[in-house]
Design a protein around this ligand. Structure first.
Ligand code: GRF
Length: 208
C-alpha cells in the first residue's frame, strides 16, 4: 500500500480532488493532510467528508531567520509524516518552498525526490506566484498545467506530465482560470492513479 500525504495552504480544490480520487484507488491511500494555514477551509471540510484522513495543522514557528524557521517547521512536518509512514508527498497549493530537511528525507536513489507539485503554467514558463495571471497578461494563446518533482528551486524540478489548454479570444481571466482548474484536477488525478498502478513516478524526459 502506497501512503501519500497531501500538503495544502488555501482553498484546497486540488487537495479535495486528490482525496476523492484516492477513495477509488486500490493500493494507494491518503492517510494524512498537512495544512500550514489556520484559515484554510480544509480544516473543517476534510474531517467531515474524509474521516480516514487525519488533518494536521502545522504552522511555521514565529522565528525571524527564514532558514531556521523553515528547518524547525519541516522537522515538525517530517515527524508527522514519519508517524504516518508516508511514502510520497503531493503538494496541492502549498505556498511554501520545500527545504533540505524534507527533500533529504524523500530523496530516491536517482536523486529525484518523492515530493510532487502542481503548477498552473507550462513550466519553465511562469514559475512562482500568480502563474495564471502572468500567462494571461502575456497574451499566451496556449497555456497549460505542469506536474513536476519538487527540488530546492521555485517550480524547477523535473517534469512528470504537462497538459496544455487554449485561451479563447473571448476569455476573461476568470474563465481562463476556470478552464485551467479543470485540467489541474484531471491531470493530478491521472498522476495519482499512475502512482497507484506503477508504484512510482518517472520524469517525462531524462535530461542527458
Ligand atoms: C492551484 O492553481 C495550483 O496549481 C497552485 O495553487 C493553486 C491552488 O488551488 N499550485 P487550490 O487551493 O487547490 O484550489
Amino acid at each position: 500500500m502506497i501512503r501519500v500525504a497531501v500538503f495544502a495552504s488555501g482553498a484546497g480544490s486540488n487537495a479535495i480532488n486528490l482525496l476523492k480520487t484516492a477513495n477509488g484507488l486500490e493500493g494507494l491511500q491518503i492517510p494524512l493532510l498537512i495544512v500550514d494555514q489556520q484559515t484554510s477551509p480544509l480544516l473543517e471540510r476534510v474531517p467531515e467528508e474524509f474521516p480516514n484522513t487525519e488533518v494536521a495543522l502545522i504552522t511555521p514557528p514565529p522565528m525571524k531567520d527564514a532558514r531556521s524557521r523553515r528547518e524547525v517547521h519541516e522537522t515538525e512536518v517530517l515527524a508527522t509524516l514519519k508517524a504516518h509512514s508516508i511514502d510520497w508527498c503531493f503538494l496541492a497549493g502549498y505556498m511554501r518552498l520545500v527545504g533540505p530537511t524534507l527533500l533529504r528525507a524523500f530523496r530516491q536513489e536517482n536523486g529525484i525526490s518523492k515530493i510532487v507539485n502542481i503548477h498552473p503554467s507550462l513550466l519553465p514558463k511562469y514559475p512562482g506566484l500568480n502563474a495564471y495571471e502572468q500567462a494571461f497578461q502575456a497574451g499566451e494563446k496556449i497555456s497549460g498545467i505542469t506536474i513536476h518533482f519538487v527540488d530546492e528551486g521555485m517550480d524547477t524540478g523535473p517534469v512528470i506530465q504537462q497538459k496544455s489548454f487554449p485561451r479563447e479570444k473571448r476569455d476573461e481571466l476568470e474563465k481562463f482560470i476556470e478552464r485551467g482548474k479543470q485540467i489541474e484536477w484531471t491531470l493530478y488525478s491521472e498522476v495519482l492513479t499512475r502512482l497507484s498502478r506503477e508504484g512510482t513516478l518517472r520524469p517525462e524526459k531524462i535530461k542527458s
